[in-house]
Design a protein around this ligand. Structure first.
Ligand SMILES: [Ca+2]
Ligand SMILES: [Ca+2]
Ligand SMILES: [Ca+2]
Ligand SMILES: [Ca+2]
Ligand SMILES: [Zn+2]
Length: 588
């Protein structure tokens, strides 16, 4: 293309004026102030900013390219004709900043907010606005907010943080699902194989923060114990499963996608921050979400947990719930609901990506692979069982263990999802958490689903919800419970008083057998106070006082390092028993 036709093409697109200087611009000369001048390779580039009465016009910029010889001059003109200063600001700077913060929910600012007046060209006239800059730490963003300087209305919000896209090839969601079977697959001590390498799916690493070569983005910050995981241009395509970077990549991809899915459901403010992911952070075959520092750690025992997207998203489910209800799961049934929800969430995400009746309800088929076991598919647990609340309670095979008992909850949610539709159910399930307390139980969780179905969908699914929740025994079944509270006293107090008091709480009538024991490592426990039995004719709390026997006191004095513990075991009138509970104190 010859230069003249190039100039014409540019003129059509961006309003280029082929001329010799800024005086050819739309704006009157007096409104253009030189803001910058650069000389590069012999050509001078002069930059002008349009100002009206000293107030900058947003986008009102002119750049003049002045080449030696004059033949290649160019003026790019984005200034505006006919702009006048649109009156005075009646909204104070501080009020504009407050309005901007409210609109963006910007918190934990990385720098002090800045605000200046500006003119936003509109319909040939100018609108006076405050241009507020907020370096938000939570969510991580650099907001530019235009606030009308007379009405305080929010005119425009932009995030100026540049985010980049990297590349990788990972398991979606794990090697068994990618292959469609476990045939030929084995962990083999984290070795590469041609098969495992071929099972990776090329993906983009979305929402990386621009300029970073590492796994740090809007919603995930994935690291290894050795630190940041980085590659030039954030191109990790060559990384295979034997390389520890692989697990960090998996953590990045699967959490980023899970969060993007929540965003698509409308949960825009939920966990809108980088989730700290420590891949290969423990040699155990264990992954966990830490409610204290809000991070997720993935272990390397057996198949690396970070090689299984199901495990990663399960842990992220705990983070989601913790962000909705701080310390959720303090009751045994709440803990079970937490595990059930996390299993549900990872199954839901897999189903959204690729519906698969064999693998969607099977949790972590790659992490769970066991080459001694001939079963065609192995799962850590499943979301499609008919398990009931009663079957998970005290004295059952599950005995309230939350992963086991939680299958009653995931089973119900998964059935509901099949009946009312994926995103409809997912939105309802996540939304319902906002209604819960940290000690909520199955009945509370069930009612929250029904109430939020009314709020979100006019209650059209209520009968389905009731039927399914009832089928899993979740709408009416409370587990029996026994609690001990109060402190085992210090050694000095025991010596002085020889007695101490503990509270016992029973959720239904029955009897409790209590004993106070002193234990030394590797030694049989020895009673220091008489055993006793308390009978509860109805649910409630009562106190029990232990008197330390003189033989018990001699024993305590003789032990160099002991633990004093009170143990209780309940038998309910219904015939059920609970595992023993205890309170303890290390005395020296
Ligand atoms: Ca690995
Ligand atoms: Ca391993
Ligand atoms: Ca593992
Ligand atoms: Ca699965
Ligand atoms: Zn869990």
């Amino acid at each position: 293309m010859k230069r003249s036709s190039l100039a014409l093409a540019l003129a059509l697109v961006v309003g280029v004026v082929l001329a010799s200087g800024a005086h050819a611009a739309q704006a009157p000369r007096g409104q253009l102030a030189r803001s910058d001048s650069t000389t590069s390779l012999g050509t001078t580039f002069k930059r002008y900013q349009q100002r009206v009465g000293g107030v900058p016009v947003l986008g009102g910029e002119v750049v003049v390219t002045n080449a030696p010889g004059g033949d290649a001059d160019l003026t790019l003109d984005r200034s505006r004709r006919g702009l006048r200063l649109p009156g005075r600001a009646t909204v104070q700077r501080s009020a504009a900043i407050a309005a901007a913060r409210k609109a963006t929910r910007a918190a934990a600012l990385r720098a002090a907010p800045r605000a200046g007046r500006a003119i936003l060209p509109a319909n040939g006239r100018g609108r006076l606005v405050w241009r507020v800059l907020l370096a938000s730490g939570r969510p991580l963003a650099s907001y530019e907010v235009l606030v009308d300087a007379r009405s305080a209305a929010i005119v425009r919000v932009r995030d100026r943080l540049k985010r980049a896209t990297g590349k990788a090839a990972v398991f979606m969601p794990n090697a068994v699902v990618a292959r469609g079977s476990r045939a030929g697959l084995a962990d083999d001590d984290d070795d590469d194989s041609a098969l495992l390498t071929s099972l990776r799916t090329p993906v983009k690493l979305e929402r990386l923060i621009a300029g970073t070569r590492c796994l740090k983005g809007r919603w995930v910050h994935a690291t290894l114990p050795s630190g940041e995981v980085c590659k030039s241009n954030a191109d990790f395509s060559a990384v295979t499963r034997a390389n520890d970077d692989f697990e960090a990549l998996m953590a990045y991809v699967h959490v980023d996608r899970a969060r993007a899915y929540l965003e698509s459901l409308g949960f825009t403010g939920l966990l809108d921050r980088p989730m700290q992911m420590l891949a290969n952070g423990t040699p155990d075959d264990d992954a966990y979400y830490d409610t204290d520092d809000k991070s997720i750690t993935l272990g390397t025992g057996g198949v690396d947990d970070g090689e299984d997207g199901d495990v990663i998203v399960h842990e992220y489910g705990h983070a989601v719930q913790d962000a909705q209800v701080r310390d959720f799961g303090e009751s045994p049934q709440g803990a079970a609901m937490g595990e059930g929800f996390s299993d549900y969430l990872q199954a839901a995400l897999d189903a959204q990506r690729a519906p698969n009746a064999t693998f969607n309800p099977c949790v972590a088929e790659w992490d769970a692979i066991d080459n001694e076991d001939p079963a065609p598919v192995q799962c850590l647990t499943r979301t499609d069982t008919n398990f009931t609340a009663r079957e998970g309670g005290p004295g059952t095979k599950c005995d309230t263990e939350p992963h086991c008992a939680g299958t009653a909850w995931s089973g119900a949610l998964w059935r509901i999802r099949g009946l009312i539709g994926g995103p409809t159910a997912d939105r309802l399930v996540v939304q319902s958490h906002y209604s819960l307390t940290k000690t909520a139980d199955f009945v509370d969780g069930s009612i929250a689903l029904i109430v939020n179905d009314r709020a979100l969908y006019g209650g059209v699914h209520e009968q389905i919800l009731r039927d399914v929740l009832n089928a899993h025994g979740l709408l009416d079944h409370k587990w029996a419970s026994l609690k001990l509270s109060g402190k085992v006293p210090r050694m000095a107090t025991v010596r002085r008083r020889k007695r101490f008091r503990i509270a016992v709480t029973m959720s239904e009538p029955g009897s409790v057998r209590l004993s106070a024991l002193v234990e030394r490592r590797f030694r049989r426990a020895l009673a220091v106070a008489p055993r006793r039995t308390m009978t509860f004719s109805k649910a409630g709390r009562r106190y029990v006082t232990f008197r330390v026997t003189s033989a018990g006191l001699r024993l305590l004095n003789a032990q160099p390092s002991v633990v004093l513990r009170v143990r209780a075991k309940a038998t309910f009138r219904s015939g059920r028993t609970l595992p023993a509970v205890q309170v303890r104190r290390r005395l020296r």
